[in-house]
Design a protein around this ligand. Structure first.
Ligand code: HEC
Length: 138
């Protein structure tokens, strides 16, 4: 009986991060332990907080007031567009774009670059985790 309870609990934990592609699981786990180190009261990332990070405007690297939505749009199942170059950006939402949030290197590279674009600094582990939960939910 005890073994069953443990198995069910473990399934719950895995299912929680289970929305992410297998290749992303390790990265999410690493961000979690980093967030826990920065703040021992950390429990989990939160898509709602991620939405705020994604939609809030800030004076970015170029001195203009922008947000993540400036390029990715506010509907992540639709194409976005870079407002400066007019280049079309395919949807970020994994529900419509299966290649999203599958390649850790790609995700890390763009989070680093895009946080600098918008917030003029790199994101913290907490911010990156929150925003990834938000994107993953779309
Ligand atoms: C100046 C335009 C711009 C802004 C602002 C921007 N992005 Fe991006 N983002 C891009 C481009 C261009 C790519 C790479 C092209 C692509 O993957 O379609 C990209 C790719 C990404 C990816 C890679 C996803 C994957 O798995 O392929 C993530 C994650 C991401 N952006 C998150 C964010 C977040 C979070 C913010 C706000 C902090 C943000 N972006 C703001 C232009 C932008």
């Amino acid at each position: 009986m005890k073994k069953y309870t443990l198995a069910i609990l473990l399934c719950g934990v895995i299912a929680n991060a289970g929305n992410f592609s297998p290749s992303m699981q390790g990265y999410i786990a690493a961000l979690k332990s980093e967030a826990k180190q920065a703040d021992s009261s950390f429990v989990d990332f939160n898509a709602k907080r991620g939405e705020k990070i994604f939609t809030t405007k800030h004076i970015g690297k170029s001195g203009d007031s922008i947000s993540c939505t400036s390029c990715h749009g506010s509907n992540l199942t639709k194409n976005g567009q870079n407002p400066t170059t007019n280049k079309i950006i395919k949807p970020l939402g994994p529900s419509v774009n299966k290649s999203r949030l599958t390649d850790i290197k790609e995700v890390q590279k763009w989070l680093r670059r895009n946080f600098k674009d918008v917030y003029n600094r790199e994101g913290t582990a907490l911010e990156k985790g929150d925003v990834l939960y938000y994107i993953q939910s779309k």
